[in-house]
Design a protein around this ligand. Structure first.
Ligand code: ADP
Length: 397
């Protein structure tokens, strides 16, 4: 009997994937892979759990779209998992709209529901659908599960999720959904293990990766988040602006910009890259002697602090703060910069613990406990996959 779960996280130019081995009492990470450069210079690398490279190859010019990329991943896994193959596949799906309130086993109806949301996420949702269709065709009997980035934010108060626009536009689905939900669900669960006394209180989680957002957790549930209708809102990110006066794109349209040009600018040319003119990577900005690098980092920290205060208002206070994802887990200087700006709220770091990327980085006399918790969206998708297939839940080892 096959006993491996494949987790797919598909973007427009890359597929990240992991294979988990299903044991009676746990899920064990077996393989991690990345196929990137779809259409341009496709390359596939697969490592085992210890980090040893098992496959590392250019794929020539055979990978013109996401579907073809999935075929390549399945080919490689058939070689690597010679002992029976896959039991199920879990997909990260960007948008679950208002309809999906939990992970869902994929059948015709689920797929139609996911496809109906393409207009709300035209850039991202099609990348989630192509792999599902490819696998349905190639392995029709293989169970597939949709794990949504929006679900964790479901059930927010109307005050939080509405835009102040005419009701008929709201009825078309133009409202706040929020993203990074798999990461926040994972952190909420980890928090119960690492800081049980804090887990039931008021916590802001900062997911700071190439995309960035904050989530207000109250009693472990999402109360509000900074991303909205799309993943453009809220914090500035690597190449996205975050909060922006809607009059700006309107003005640019009046200047003759079309939707394609606006989209390119808003998704790829703004944020840390646009502010600095140097790079979207925090490490490059930190190293640069150009003052625009530090300006971009200060801007980032300033906006994180501002939005934290906004979320604290929604929760009526704040007891804890969690940094996660690439920047949150590894940049002591970004964490210190944010904490300085939130000193008035009672946030104070222990400089040595912060420098060491320790699990608890706040000083003993800080009013706000500050944790660093590595996120694991793939583990969450694997567990969603078990849940949707009615299999017993297991911890990820
Ligand atoms: P993604 O959203 O693509 O999954 P990650 O969560 O891996 O991204 O975060 C990627 C970002 O993390 C990079 O853009 C980089 O700025 C930042 N990063 C990675 N390592 C470090 C580091 N050691 N110090 C500061 N920033 C880092």
């Amino acid at each position: 009997m096959s006993d491996a779960l494949l987790v797919l996280n598909t973007g427009s130019s890359s597929i990240k994937f992991q294979v988990f081995r299903l044991h009676d009492d746990r899920l064990e990470r077996q393989l991690k892979g990345l196929l990137d450069g779809i259409r341009v210079h496709p390359h596939l690398q697969v490592k085992d759990a210890a980090g040893a490279v098992r496959v590392d190859r250019d794929l020539g010019d055979h990978v013109d779209d996401v579907g073809a990329a999935v075929e390549q991943v399945l080919d490689v896994l058939e070689d690597e998992l010679a002992d029976g193959g896959l039991a199920a596949v879990g997909h990260r799906i960007v948008h679950g709209g208002q309809h999906f309130t939990g992970p869902a086993r994929i059948d015709k109806e689920t797929l139609a529901g996911i496809e109906a949301l393409v207009p709300l996420a035209p850039l991202h949702q099609p990348n989630s659908i192509a792999p599902i269709r490819t696998i349905m065709k190639r392995r029709p009997g293989l169970p597939q599960v949709a794990s949504f980035d929006t679900v964790f934010h479901h059930g927010h108060d109307e005050l939080v999720d509405r835009f102040a626009i005419p009701a008929e536009l709201d009825e078309q689905g133009i409202r706040r959904y929020g993203f990074h939900g798999l990461s926040y669900a994972f952190i909420a669960e980890r928090l119960r293990a690492v800081a049980p006394d804090l887990a039931g209180k008021r916590v802001v989680v900062a997911h700071l990766g190439s995309g960035a957002s904050l989530c207000a957790l109250q009693g472990g549930r999402s109360i509000e988040t900074t991303m909205g209708f799309t993943a453009l809102d809220g914090l500035p990110m690597g190449t996205r602006p975050g909060r922006l006066d809607p009059g700006v794109p309107l003005y640019l349209m009046q200047q003759g910009w079309d939707a394609g040009r606006l989209e390119q600018m808003l998704y790829h040319e703004c944020g840390l890259l646009g502010l600095s003119g140097i790079s979207n990577d925090v490490r490059d900005l930190k190293k640069s002697a150009d003052p625009r690098g530090q300006f971009a980092l200060d801007y980032f920290a300033h906006r994180i602090a501002q939005e934290t205060a906004m979320l604290a208002t929604t929760m009526g206070g704040i007891d804890g703060f969690v940094f996660t994802a690439g920047i949150g887990e590894r940049s002591a200087s970004v964490r210190a910069n944010v904490a300085r700006r939130l000193a008035w709220l009672g946030m104070k770091l222990d400089p040595d613990a912060n420098q060491a990327d320790a699990a608890l980085v706040s000083a003993p006399d800080s009013r706000i406990a500050v944790h660093v918790i590595p996120t694991d969206e793939e583990a969450m998708i694997a567990r969603d996959t078990l849940a949707a297939l009615d299999l017993p839940q297991r911890a990820v080892a």
